[in-house]
Design a protein around this ligand. Structure first.
Ligand code: ZN
Length: 307
């Protein structure tokens, strides 16, 4: 056995032992896995971010298009579903590359691409990635959203209502939800994170206050039967959303007090920022650092006695 085989075997062992079943199935597939969501809806996983697909004989509607390297595999999967890969409409929940990588293929085949105006703007110009110290190139014109909005709007798929709206600064500055009201399926992008640590792209406009408000808005939209589809992780219900909201709210309140004392992210962790939460974070410092940065960008939105 050569070194590569040993490393591969060891990795397989680690993945098999430690990852939850959802992630194991995503790793073991060379092409995206198809996960049932609800009557007429499936989710493709393992292709960058999750892709929600509304299937119908008249055509398919997608929420997000996965990472660019998976486009061929995604197209193959879509061809095997009702609607045969004819995508009429694509929503982008935000502008991260794992959500928009397939845009070019669908744009070229003349799908309507709907996103928040901030997402359209971000994708239409080069932008700086602070984490990686480099510029991400603008997407080609054919890959950019063709319809954009600021607060929200609605449309119909056949006679079924689709409502969509802004989730202000929940994860980036261009987050939206897409709510298939009649089917009670709610796509929420990066505004919740049931599996991975919540990610706040502070340099891209996300912050904890926005996340609290966004999750509260999603709670109002949903009921006990709603199927909620995040960018990463499994489909969840309202109970999981409520649990994540409760945790987000605790973190917001605690950090608000600690930031007023002038603490660093590490000071906050030492002072018990993450103590006794309903879940364990894989990288508490990363979360605290990003959340803290987000507060500094929003001093004018904090308590009046802060400054
Ligand atoms: Zn994202």
């Amino acid at each position: 056995m050569n070194r590569r085989a040993i490393v591969k075997g060891a990795l397989g062992g680690i993945l098999g032992l430690t990852l939850p079943p959802f992630a194991r199935s995503a790793f073991s597939q060379s092409s995206p896995a198809v996960v049932p969501v609800s009557e007429g809806f499936v989710m493709l996983t393992g292709a960058g971010g999750n892709i929600l697909v509304q299937t119908a004989s008249t055509g398919q509607l997608l929420v997000d298009s996965g990472a660019a390297g998976f486009t061929d595999a995604i197209l193959k999967r879509l061809h095997g579903l009702p609607g045969g890969g004819h995508v009429t409409t694509l929503f982008n929940t935000h502008w991260h590359r794992e959500q928009v990588g397939g845009n070019l293929a669908f744009g070229r085949s003349e799908a309507t691409i709907i996103a928040h105006e901030k997402t359209r703007a971000r994708l239409s110009t080069d932008y700086y990635l602070q984490d990686e110290d480099r510029y991400e190139k603008a997407l080609p014109a054919a890959a950019r959203p063709t319809v954009s909005f600021f607060t929200g709007d609605q449309t119909l798929a056949g006679d079924k209502r689709i409502e969509y709206g802004h989730l202000l600064e929940a994860h980036t500055d261009g987050d939206i939800y897409v709510f298939f009201r009649d089917a009670n399926v709610l796509a929420v992008g990066g505004a919740i994170s049931p599996l991975k640590d919540p990610e706040l792209d502070w340099f891209g406009g996300g912050w904890l206050g926005g996340r609290v408000d966004a999750q509260e808005k999603l709670l109002k939209l949903s009921n006990a039967e709603t199927r909620i589809v995040p960018s990463y992780g499994p489909v969840v219900g309202r109970a999981e959303l409520q649990a994540e909201f409760d945790m987000t709210r605790v973190l917001f309140d605690r950090m608000l007090e600690l930031v007023k004392k002038g603490m660093s992210a590490q000071d906050m962790l030492d002072a018990g920022l993450m103590k006794d939460l309903s879940r364990t974070f894989r990288d508490p410092y990363r979360f605290a650092y990003d959340a803290h940065k987000g507060y500094w960008a929003h001093h004018n939105s904090l308590a009046p006695n802060l400054l």
